[in-house]
Every structure is written in structure tokens, then in C-alpha cells.
Write a protein that binds this ligand. Structure first.
Ligand code: NFS
Length: 653
């Protein structure tokens, strides 16, 4: 079999020879050493839940058909699958809880460096939570909002308040199915209970609980993380930046921030601009201090400060291989255990900062919320002190401009203008067929795929077919590096209808909406489009689809399932963790559509993957009676003036 290329990213390819020198190999070398991988594990039909096992089911119909306790392939796969949801929902929600804790301290004035930056959003949240506004001070309102937010994690009876943001029909369906989350944590705990040996064995019933926990993530923990981060650090607006390893600076102290929470990285951004720090950097022989990000911490500080992206998940080792990184500062999630070992071959200091996430061999500098600025100063100092230890530097000359910062509020504003922020122009253009539909393309990198290739193929095919693409996570970083997040990408890559709309509004055809907890922004946008009218009365009526072409983490499964449970057809690439259990897979891929209006699908070929999404979008257009409108005449001047009139109040640019 011909060897699959490791990456299509030019910076990664350039560093490939260098990464082969790592004493523990690169992630690609280690992936090769794992081959062939266990078929039972891949198919989701290996059960390690009790010590009578591991039990494995023969997927080809011969014995063994059942585990020692009698569980068959479908029960085993269902238990494994919802445990993945629990892992993912726990990760997002615990991130949200961490933000809520700092939010509470900030509201009380007990966390120097933090404050309320978006009062408008605070008031909105206060209304959602039923917190009295009146003539109370911002501080008093924030204290109460923080209290309610913390309560949502531990609440026992629910339903959690953000469900009310969904279309009414969706809310009624969740109520009817009994899947409204009672509290974020409770649903995760109940998954662990139900999947313990000898409890819930019915795949459909297990999935109802999986659904409840996933909704507690999307409309609970993740949405809380996004909302509270926006209030603490401001809601993103369009911002110009750059992406790929070429953003590292040969003559500056480079600090790469990697992980997921913006709590500490926001402080590092502030501190690295202090004159005192710059003076120290110069004294160490550097011309300045340069910050760049990896994974979702990168997306957070990109969206709010324009800090450039060094790369996505599979570039964390390559970043160190440039020899130009003085410190890689990590917080939580998606960190390779290999980092300190890789760093041993260079001068890079790997600095862990979260009590929850330590890596053997790394330096630990504990992030103290009460004293965050000083924690950040310690870290920046450590990086500066490391500058003189540099060896050979090989920064690939590869980078690309991008525009990020498309929060749900910003899209609303850009489309509708300052006086009538609205999604109406988007809905109108979907109805008239200039835009065929909307896709959310999100998620990770996976060594099972050629790095970035599947994201780029899927997204290019979608926009070429007039589907506007909303992005988060490492998928967004892949497209940013490719230049798809620039307005000029519309003329180059988008179909004629989408290109016209992008040109008129001045937006790229691919919109960066943030980190993975910010998939909640996509839920908000979907709900807003339904509320705007003309495209049905539920998210499941929209000509829309979701995708994670190179997913790898449990968080992706939780995200995928809250999209499905919110009514979205969602396709995953790379691999799918239930394929050894045909009955359970049929539930996810087929029957689920009748239950929640959305369903799962799997397609590892990226072109076929995009085609499936487009076919689904067309199916929804037909159901809405919009298929005729798609036959458009080429735009003449009168039609163009008409389109411009629709956008007359939107700001220039
Ligand atoms: Ni999402 Fe963001 Fe990237 Fe995947 Fe990891 S960083 S939270 S899990 S790898 S997209």
C-alpha cells in the first residue's frame, strides 16, 4: 500500500526531516509504530469496563458474540460511545467551571487583572438567568450572574437555562424525549453510573442519557465558557492576524501558548507588552517578545487580540523543532505527553500551569487566579532567561494572513448593520439561492488523516458549491493557514452566489468563530437563523450540516452529538468508534433522524464527505420548497444594485 502523506502543510513538510531526529520520534513516527491498530478497539467492540474482561466481540458474526456478562456488540459500543461523550462534556464543562470561578473572583474584585469588559453581554446574561438589573451596580449584577453560572454545573433538577435559547419546537422535542439536562455535572455522572457493569444495557436508552449529557455540554458548559469569557475579555470582533510557523520571530523571544483556557494567556498577552519585560528581553539580546498560539488557547487570544496562530494540534512538536521557541506554555487539553521529551533535543522550556494537567519532565509554574499577572510575569521571565540558550533556528518561511473574530453578535451586526443587526440578509440569500446552505466544519487533526488535507478538501468543496462555512478549533486553523479566511478567498474559491454575497458584505467565505467551546456560537447562530424566519421553525429544517473531517478527541464526539441532538446532520471523517456494532451504528446513522431530526454519518473520503453534506443541504432546500430558486440568472447591474440595497446599512469594509 502506498504510504499516505503525513501533512499538506508546507511548514510541517519542511520540518519533517528535523522531527525525525526526535529521540522519541514525531507523532507520525509513533503512529506508524502502532500499526496495525486493534480492530476491536477501532470498532468500539472491546469492553474493559469490568475485570472479567477485556471482552471482544467478533464483528464477522462468528463467536464470541457476547461478553462474559452477556453484553452484545451494540450494548458494548453504546456504553463506550456515551463514555466518550462523558469525557468530552467533562472537559468542556470543567473548562467552563474554571472560567466561572475566575469570573466570580473578578466580580468581587478579588482577582487583580480581570474585570468586566463586556457590560452589554453581562446584562444579557443577567436577563437569561433572571438576575435583577434595575439600578444595581455592574459589580452586584456580576456577582449574582457568577452565582447562577456556578449553580448550573451542580444543579439537580434543571432544565439548564440556555435551553431557552433554542427554537421553541426544539425545546418541546427535548422535553418530550426527556433529554433536557438537569445539571451539567449530573448528566456526566449518570453516564458513568449507567455504563458501570450491570446497569443500563439498552443502546437506545443509553443514548438518551448520552444526549442529555451532550446537550449539557453544548447548551450548558461550553456556552457558559463562551459567554463568561466574552464578558471577562470582550466579545470578539473582526481582527486581522497571521497563521503558521512562519509567525515565529528569529530575533525575538518566542512564547508559544498552547491548550484551551484564555485565563492565563490573556494575562501573558498583557504582561508581554510591559516596558519592564521588553527591557529585560533586550538585555537578553532579543529584539522583543513574540507570542503565538497552538490549538484553542490560540483561537481564544487570536479572536480577542489578533495574536498570531503558530499552528494546530499536529504542529505542537513541529513548533519546538524550529529551535526558536523559548517557552511552550500549556494549560489544559490536547497537549502531547511527548512535549518535554521533544524539547530535550532543543532549548525549549515546556511550562505546565494547571494543577489538573502536569507532564513528567516539564517545568511547573502554578497559575494563581488571585495573582495572575505575577504568574504571567514569572512565565515570561523564564522565557526571556532562556533566549541566550538557543541553538540553530529553522523557522519555515510559511505564513498567511487571516481575518478572525466572527462571533455570533459580529455576524449579526455585519449582515444587518448597526441599527438593525439581524440575520435577515443571510436568510434572504439562502432563500434566493445565492447561498445554498450553511456548514459548520470543526474539530481536530488526526494522524489517521493527511494533516489538514481533509479539512481543506471538505471546506473548498463546500464553498465552491455556495455553502458558507463556519469554523472553530483546529479545523479553523487549517483553513486560516490556507488563506481561506480572507475576503479575497471568495473570488478565488467560492461559487458565484456565495462570492457575490461575500464581496458585498466584505466577509470571507469561511468564518472563524473561535475555539471548540465556541461551537456554542454556532448553535446560537443556527437558533438566530431559525428565529429570523423563512427557513422552517426548527434547526433541523435548515439547509445546514456539520462536519469534523479529522476529529480525534472525545470532545469532538460530545460536540458532534449535541449538534445531532440539536437537529443537525453531522458527518465525521478519519474513523468512527461504533462500526463494529451494526445495530448501534444504524441507530446513530439512520433511526436518530426520526427521533431528533439530526443524525450522524461517517465518510473518510473528504470529497465524498462534502458531497454528502451538500446532498443533505439540497434535501432540506427541497423540503422548504427552495430548490426552484436555485436556478439563478447571472447578475446584471439592476440585480446587483438590488443586492447592495439589501446591505445598505452595513458598515464599510
Ligand atoms: Ni477541539 Fe481545541 Fe484541536 Fe481537537 Fe484539541 S485543540 S478543543 S479537541 S485538537 S479541535
Amino acid at each position: 500500500m502506498a504510504e499516505k502523506a503525513r501533512s499538506v502543510d508546507r511548514a510541517c513538510i519542511e520540518l519533517m526531516e528535523e522531527t525525525k531526529n526526535f529521540t522519541i520520534g514525531s507523532c507520525w513516527d509513533r503512529a506508524e509504530k502502532q500499526q496495525p491498530q486493534c480492530g476491536f478497539g477501532l470498532g468500539g467492540i472491546c469492553c474493559r469496563i469490568c475485570s472479567m474482561g477485556p471482552c471482544q466481540i467478533n464483528p464477522f458474526g462468528d463467536e464470541p458474540k457476547r461478553g462474559v456478562c452477556g453484553a452484545d456488540a451494540d450494548t458494548i459500543a453504546a456504553r463506550n460511545f456515551i463514555r466518550m461523550i462523558a469525557g468530552g462534556a467533562a472537559a468542556h464543562s470543567d473548562h467552563g467551571r474554571g472560567v466561572a470561578e475566575v469570573f466570580q473572583l473578578a466580580a468581587k474584585g478579588e482577582a487583580p487583572g480581570y474585570g468586566i469588559k463586556d457590560e452589554q453581554k453581562l446584562l444579557q446574561l443577567a436577563m437569561d438567568f433572571g438576575v435583577e438589573i434595575g439600578d444595581r451596580s455592574v459589580q452586584d449584577i456580576a456577582i449574582d450572574v457568577g452565582e447562577v453560572a456556578m449553580g448550573i454545573f451542580g444543579s439537580q433538577h434543571g432544565p439548564i437555562p440556555f435551553l431557552k435559547r433554542a427554537p421553541l419546537k426544539r425545546q418541546a422535542l427535548w422535553r418530550e424525549l426527556g433529554v433536557e439536562p438537569r445539571g451539567v455535572d449530573r448528566e456526566i455522572v449518570e453516564i458513568m453510573h449507567r455504563t458501570h457493569i450491570g446497569v443500563d444495557m439498552d443502546p437506545e436508552n443509553l443514548m438518551l442519557q448520552g444526549t442529555r449529557a451532550a446537550l449539557g455540554d453544548g447548551w450548558g458548559g461550553s456556552m457558559l465558557a463562551t459567554e463568561l469569557q466574552d464578558i471577562l475579555f470582550h466579545t470578539p470582533t473582526p481582527t486581522l492576524s497571521r497563521a503558521n510557523l512562519g509567525v515565529l520571530e528569529a530575533e525575538q523571544v518566542n512564547i508559544v501558548i498552547h491548550g484551551h483556557e484564555p485565563l492565563l494567556s490573556e494575562m501573558i498577552v498583557a504582561v508581554s507588552q510591559e516596558p519592564e519585560m521588553l527591557k529585560k528581553a533586550k538585555a537578553a539580546g532579543a529584539k522583543g517578545i513574540n507570542l503565538a498560539g497552538i490549538c484553542c488557547t490560540a483561537n481564544e487570544i487570536l479572536m480577542r487580540h489578533g495574536v498570531p496562530l503558530a499552528g494546530n494540534f499536529l504542529q505542537q512538536e513541529s513548533a519546538i523543532a524550529t529551535g526558536a521557541v523559548e517557552a511552550m506554555v500549556v494549560d489544559i487539553q490536547c497537549l502531547f505527553a511527548s512535549l518535554p521529551k521533544v524539547a530535550e533535543c532543543y532549548h525549549t522550556k515546556v511550562i505546565t500551569t494547571a494543577a489538573k494537567a502536569k507532564i513528567p519532565g516539564a517545568t511547573h509554574i502554578q497559575f494563581e487566579e488571585h495573582d495572575a499577572l505575577n504568574t504571567a510575569r514569572k512565565i515570561v521571565n523564564a522565557a526571556i532567561e532562556n533566549f541566550p540558550n538557543r541553538g540553530k533556528v529553522r523557522i519555515p518561511d510559511v505564513e498567511c494572513d487571516l481575518i478572525a473574530g466572527f462571533s455570533h453578535e459580529t455576524i449579526n451586526y455585519l449582515l444587518g448593520g448597526v441599527f438593525r443587526a439581524s440575520y435577515k440578509p443571510l436568510n434572504d440569500n439562502i432563500i434566493n439561492g445565492r447561498i445554498r446552505g450553511v456548514a459548520g466544519v470543526v474539530g481536530c487533526n488526526n494522524t489517521k488523516c493527511t494533516h489538514d488535507n481533509d479539512h481543506l478538501t471538505v471546506v473548498k468543496e463546500l464553498i465552491a458549491n455556495d455553502v458558507i462555512v463556519l469554523q472553530t478549533g483546529c479545523s479553523a486553523i487549517a483553513c486560516a493557514k490556507e488563506g481561506l479566511m480572507l475576503p479575497e478567498a471568495a473570488a478565488k474559491h467560492a461559487g458565484p452566489g456565495l462570492a457575490e454575497v461575500c464581496e458585498t458584505v466584505g466577509i470571507p467565505p469561511v468564518l472563524h468563530m473561535g475555539s471548540c467551546v465556541d461551537n456554542s456560537r454556532i448553535l446560537m447562530a443556527a437558533a438566530a437563523v431559525v428565529k429570523e424566519g423563512g427557513l422552517g421553525d426548527d434547526i433541523s429544517d435548515l439547509p445546514a450540516a456539520g462536519s469534523a473531517p479529522e476529529w480525534m478527541s472525545e470532545k469532538a464526539i460530545s460536540i458532534g452529538h449535541y449538534f445531532v441532538a440539536s437537529g443537525v446532520y453531522t458527518v465525521f471523517g478519519a474513523t468512527f468508534p461504533t462500526l463494529g456494532a451494526p445495530g448501534f451504528t444504524d441507530l446513530l446513522f439512520n433511526k436518530y433522524e426520526k427521533i431528533v431530526g439530526g443524525k450522524w454519518d461517517f465518510e473518510p473520503d473528504p470529497l465524498a464527505h462534502a458531497r454528502k453534506m451538500i446532498d443533505h443541504i439540497d434535501k432540506k432546500r427541497r423540503a422548504l420548497g427552495l430548490d426552484k430558486a436555485k436556478e439563478r440568472v447571472l447578475m446584471d447591474m439592476a440585480a446587483r444594485r438590488e443586492l447592495e440595497k439589501e446591505f445598505e446599512e452595513q458598515p464599510a469594509g
